[in-house]
Design a protein around this ligand. Structure first.
Ligand code: PNS
Length: 173
């Protein structure tokens, strides 16, 4: 019985499907969170990878973004959150990840996302991009729209996780 159990544990490990959900997440929205929740059910491990972009100053710095995403995803046992710089493909190879998860909101996202997926596949043909359709209720949502609404005093409740509402409002003041 013990040997049998060990055998299955080993098989499970070698067949683990690991995916990465990369992005800027400045800040994470309920649309991102929805993709994280759904993708965490499809893969054994999901890594949320926050891009360090030295050319772009965000509302939240990288450590803040990582901490916030960790906070709002703590209920998902197979989700981890890290930052990365450089090529996504290099990050994936270092971490044994073969699948990229991206959310698609509308046709307008498609062109940019297709270009990135094809470029990543050209850089490393063993990597696949899996597109998940954003839930209809979040199809209008983006980090930049949230920042703009907050900046002009609009209500961002229900657009971002509750924990972030106050923090974002403070940032824009
Ligand atoms: O949330 P965003 O800003 O649309 O995310 C873009 C991201 C981070 C997924 C993309 O810019 C990226 O993967 N950057 C890393 C650099 C890279 O690998 N580029 C090659 C693909 S074009």
């Amino acid at each position: 019985m013990e040997t049998q159990q060990l055998f299955f544990i080993n098989i499970g490990r070698t067949n683990m499907k690991k995916a990465v959900y990369p992005g800027s997440f400045d800040p994470i929205t309920n649309g991102h969170l929805d993709i994280i929740e759904r993708a965490s059910k499809l893969f054994d491990e999901l890594t949320v990878a926050v891009l360090v972009n030295p050319d772009k100053k965000g509302m939240f710095d990288i450590d803040e973004r990582v901490d916030l995403i960790k906070k709002v995803t703590k209920q998902y046992d197979n989700v981890s959150v890290v930052s990365f710089n450089g090529l996504l493909i290099d990050f994936m190879n270092k971490n044994g990840i073969d699948v990229i998860v991206k959310g698609l909101r509308a046709v307008s996202d498609f062109e940019y996302e297709l270009q990135m997926a094809l470029m990543n596949n050209k850089l490393d043909a063993t990597k696949e991009t899996v597109f998940m359709m954003t839930s209809a209720k979040y199809s209008f949502l983006s980090s930049s729209a949230v920042k703009q609404v907050a900046k002009f005093g609009g209500c961002i409740k229900e657009l971002v996780p509750d924990e972030l509402v106050e923090l974002i409002s403070k940032k824009v003041k």
